[in-house]
Design a protein around this ligand. Structure first.
Ligand code: B12
Ligand code: SF4
Ligand code: SF4
Length: 296
């Protein structure tokens, strides 16, 4: 490992607090086949941004001319030790506490500053969730973990409750190797998914996913759909809660931003719901902003 690569790894994990930091080529080929299939078959539903993102994921030079390396970092957001969360207004773990986009982006800016302090000619472009970067594919290719049948990137001993951030840079580094791991014969997530969104082959019908229906879709869930949701009103963690890689001994996040003390917790506090909205209203896309605002 080069001295600079080692220094970036140490800064990311020991100073900034990411759980891992790995390096890979930003150029993806067959890794995007499933994604191309989604676009070709119009599987995106209301997530039209995924169609617009495809050219940038196929050629990251469009984001950062001269890009040579993707540096992938992950941050654990598991916030309580319970498994099988109960309650009839559950908010998925990733939405508890401060908005992760800003929290992770701040840490990525810290990583960029460190790289520039070591290599002033470097150029960087960062993303977490909202920019046209193929975060899961790059995480898999860099060896962060393996892809579970629930489609999550899983890192043994950590689980899958982590965010993936990516920093593209014009500095060339050796690539790390992919991680070899599998779910084996386990199929708990497939059996537990209440809407049948997961297939035996480890693929997802995203439009059937509760996370899509409560956050991404522009129309609210129908009463019939709600009967399947098992109390999840904003995202869904069922296929992660049942996963043996996530319980019982995986660590909790060490960033206060995502502990319940900094946010709403799983059971949505009725006090956060304005009077004009009936208390039994299920959160959906337009409420995402409301939820975030409530935390500020
Ligand atoms: C659209 C989207 C969704 C959609 C679709 C989810 C899906 N499974 O595709 C919906 C709204 C349903 C969703 C739900 C959730 N999401 Co989401 N979502 C995204 C987003 C913006 C794009 C994902 C995408 O393009 N999907 C289309 C499929 C075809 O592409 P893909 O998932 O990237 O899969 C590729 C790889 O797996 C690759 N591949 C397959 N096998 C292999 C093998 C190797 C070796 C390689 C290299 C590649 C490879 O092929 C696929 C592309 O062709 C990403 C952020 C991003 N920019 O990537 C977050 C992201 C995937 N979501 C995330 C999270 C946290 C969630 C939720 C947990 C939130 C919640 N609690 O409600 C759920 C989890 C549901 C689930 N089981 O996946 C995290 C996942 C972190 C992780 N550990 O994997 C991401 C990465 C955001 C982030 N930056 O942290 N999400
Ligand atoms: S997040 Fe929930 S609805 Fe979506 S695939 Fe997983 S278990 Fe099914
Ligand atoms: S529940 Fe089982 S099959 Fe599903 S992702 Fe976890 S290990 Fe894989």
């Amino acid at each position: 490992m080069s001295r600079l690569k080692q220094a970036i790894f140490e800064h990311a994990t020991q100073v900034l607090g990411f759980e891992d930091c790995r390096f890979t080529s930003p150029f993806l080929t067959q890794e995007l086949d499933e994604y191309r299939d989604w676009v070709a078959q119009d599987k995106m539903g209301d997530m039209g941004y995924l169609v617009r993102h495809l050219p940038f994921k196929e050629d990251p030079n469009l984001l950062l001319p001269g890009v040579k390396t993707a540096i992938v970092v992950i941050k654990n957001y598991k916030n309580t030790p319970e498994s099988f969360l109960t309650g009839d207004r559950k908010v998925s773990r990733y939405a508890v506490g401060r908005d992760y986009h800003g929290v992770i982006m701040d840490a990525l800016i810290g990583l960029e500053a460190f790289i520039l302090s070591q290599e002033p000619r470097a150029q960087c472009y960062m993303g977490i969730d909202s920019r046209p970067i193929a975060e899961r594919s790059l995480a898999l290719k860099s060896g962060i973990g393996f892809r579970g049948k629930n489609t999550m990137v899983i890192k043994p001993k950590l689980g899958s409750y982590f965010f993936i951030g990516v920093l593209l840079t014009t500095v060339a580094f050796d690539s790390d190797l992919p991680f070899k791991g599998t779910c084996g014969t386990c199929r708990r997530c497939i059996e537990a998914c209440p809407t049948g969104a997961l297939s035996e082959e480890g693929q997802m019908d995203a439009q059937a996913c509760i996370a899509y229906r409560t956050i991404e879709r522009k129309t609210p869930p129908t009463p019939e759909e709600r009967t399947q949701f098992q109390g999840w009103v904003f995202g869904c963690d069922i296929c992660q809660e049942v996963c043996p890689f996530n319980h019982p001994n995986t660590p909790l996040s060490n960033w206060e931003a995502w502990l319940p003390s900094a946010g709403v917790g799983f059971q949505l506090d009725p006090a956060l719901i304005p009077d004009q909205i009936p208390k039994d209203t299920v959160l959906y896309r337009s409420r995402k902003r409301l939820l975030c605002n409530s935390l500020e």
